[in-house]
Design a binder for this molecule. Structure first.
Ligand SMILES: Nc1ncnc2c1ncn2[C@@H]1O[C@H](COP(=O)(O)OP(=O)(O)O)[C@@H](O)[C@H]1O
Ligand SMILES: [Mg+2]
Length: 342
């Protein structure tokens, strides 16, 4: 058995490679951007790539390569079921509605007039989101009709940059105050007000659609559950100060076995329905005691759970106090699937 891995520093590939070394598994590191990548992977049983929404080359190449190899019978990570909806909240809206998941009530419009008509008669606040982005960078509270109309005009006019320069600087300043950002980082944020990033220059503006969700009043946190191979781990993310957004705040809390099992149950149910090999689900708890899915993703920050969570749940919702390594779970389950297939 041989595995091809596209390596990126700081990504899951670091731990996949370490796993192969440790377990004497035959692997080769490949560059997915080589024109003959398909040829290079032909002698392998699997191809793994932790592609990232913030790397433009990944965004334009990864899914095409992965799904082509998958159709040719090579085991890939992330595969189609796991990754087709990655970094696309609008795709996730359709998917989650189609499988009757408890998605936050969500609205998408491709027509300015229709969006305006809706904005006249809906209730506020609402939450506006671009389809792509993470760490709450492209998520805004819409307090009233005027806010909504402004956003609709922009969505069907010049559009939005995926990189919100002002928000980026605000984030850096508040993280600096909490000791989570350096002065140099803040200075770079100031520089970004005038010099756009590579990603920003390459990515076309987001326009021609607008996406809103109902705002769900909650207690100021969201819960992220990750399901891999019939096991689940979870953490709590507390919102930024005076802000409704939890993701990207850096305020992580590890409640381990004390997390409400309803979150874990929803995550297992969705993972089973969607047939995913890695599923991170962000959920919020309303003041009316309902739990809603906010978004899903195959990937998550490498260090999200590192050394902080003390165990996991099995799919019978039993808690196991145990060290774990999510990237090892991912590669381990891919290998198991290949062996089971042979
Ligand atoms: N509909 C909503 N109602 C209330 N809070 C929300 C809603 N949607 C998102 N949030 C909050 O905003 C944060 C960012 O939203 P999310 O859709 O997960 O975007 P991102 O992909 O940037 O993480 C979430 O972590 C959650 O705390
Ligand atoms: Mg999120």
């Amino acid at each position: 058995m041989k595995i091809a891995i596209h390596h990126r520093k700081g990504s899951f590939s670091e731990r996949w490679i370490a796993y192969c070394e440790k377990n004497a598994i035959d692997y080769k590191v490949v560059n997915a951007f080589d024109s003959d990548i398909i040829q290079q992977v032909k002698d392998c049983d699997a191809f793994m790539w932790h592609h990232h929404h913030g790397h433009f080359k990944d965004v334009i190449a990864a899914k095409k390569i992965l799904f082509s190899l998958e159709q040719a019978g090579i085991k890939v990570f992330p595969d189609f079921n796991t990754g087709w909806h990655f970094d696309d909240k609008v795709a996730q809206k359709y998917l989650l509605e189609a499988i009757d998941a408890p998605l936050v009530p969500s609205y998408v419009f491709y027509d300015k007039k229709e969006a305006m008509t809706w904005a006249q008669q809906t209730s506020y606040p609402k939450v506006f989101k671009l389809k792509g982005g993470a760490g709450a960078t492209n998520v805004k509270l819409v307090k009233n009709k005027k806010d909504a109309e402004k956003l609709i005009n922009q969505a069907f006019g010049k559009g939005f940059s995926q990189f919100d320069r002002l928000n980026n600087l605000k984030e850096k300043c508040s993280k600096y105050k909490n000791g989570k950002e350096s002065l140099l980082g803040v200075a770079k944020g100031v520089g970004r007000l005038v010099v756009s990033s590579d990603f920003d220059r390459q990515q076309a503006p987001e326009r021609g659609y607008i996406y809103f969700q109902d705002f769900i009043p909650n207690e100021g946190f969201d819960i992220r559950v990750v399901v891999i191979e019939n096991k689940a781990v979870a953490l709590k993310r507390v919102t930024r100060k005076n802000d409704f957004r939890a993701s990207g705040s850096g305020n992580l809390v590890f409640e381990n076995e004390h997390i409400d099992k309803r979150y874990i149950k929803i995550a297992f149910d969705l993972s089973e329905k969607l047939k995913t090999s890695s599923l991170a689900i962000d959920l919020i708890h309303s003041k009316q005691d309902a739990i809603y899915v906010v978004e899903i993703s195959y990937g998550f920050p490498m260090l999200n759970f590192l050394d902080c969570a003390s165990g996991y749940w099995d799919n019978m919702l039993n808690w196991h106090q145990s060290y774990f390594n999510l990237q090892e779970w991912i590669i381990g389950s891919s290998l198991k699937d290949i062996k089971d297939r042979d």
